[in-house]
Ligand binder design. Sequence first.
Ligand code: ATR
Length: 266
Amino acid sequence: MTDRYVVIGNPIAHSKSPHIHALFAAATGQDMSYAALLAPLDGFAAAVRDFIAAGGCGANVTVPFKEEAFRLATRLSERARAAGAVNTLSFSGGEIFGDNTDGAGLVRDLKVNLGVAVAGKRVLLLGAGGAAHGVILPLLAERPATLTIANRTADKALALARSFAGCAGCGLEALAGREFDLVINATSVGLSGGESPRLTFSYAPGALAYDMVYGKDTDFLRQAAAAGARTADGLGMLVEQAAEAFLVWRGTRPDTTRVLAELRSA
Ligand code: ATR
């Protein structure tokens, strides 16, 4: 019988995950299906239970359900526990295993696709919401020289940084005069198409500015390009977090090069 997977979110209609996983399954010869599932805002747990009852093997979880998936899981990976959120669920023998592949996807996109090592770099993470929280542990595991978490609401950055050893939190104004080698935008500014706050730090020569949002010429990336930084959007992270989820479920890591190239050209 074909193994069934879904991505659950609200909204979900524009998710690229079914297409990405269909390409992975074809390339690796896996007998599986992967569909998009819209859950009502107050109906995530019920949607998961219905899918398990129907024989589902696993699910990706996206906005706004990642924290609820974290609470629903009966067992968590270390990286999901550190992220406080779950984007990958596996169902077996009554167990709901929760994992989080977002940070691994980001790090792999940086290292493998963009050729940018995190090790030894002065890294700035902008934002202190769920997206930022989800990538801190995998970034720290790469041993950056420093990891600074900066947020419009400074208290949130300070609180987030306190829950991890090896990073510091601050408000955006405290960045004045500082220089970074890698700057990752994990705020939701780009999603809303809003203007990024004027940023007062500087980019080191050869620095990379990375926006987790994809497919948009965000104000953050425009400012970075104007400051001479190399820029990248989050499409590679999307594909790499999917590949990592595929590995969790199927035990094989699909090649992402052609999938990413196809999505880029579309
Ligand atoms: P997500 O799960 O995508 O991280 P979130 O938890 O709502 O979403 O967090 C959104 C992040 O974007 C927060 O860090 C938020 O800053 P505040 O904590 O100060 O609200 C940040 N953000 C959203 N709009 C912003 C803006 N216009 N300027 C600066 N930061 C913004």
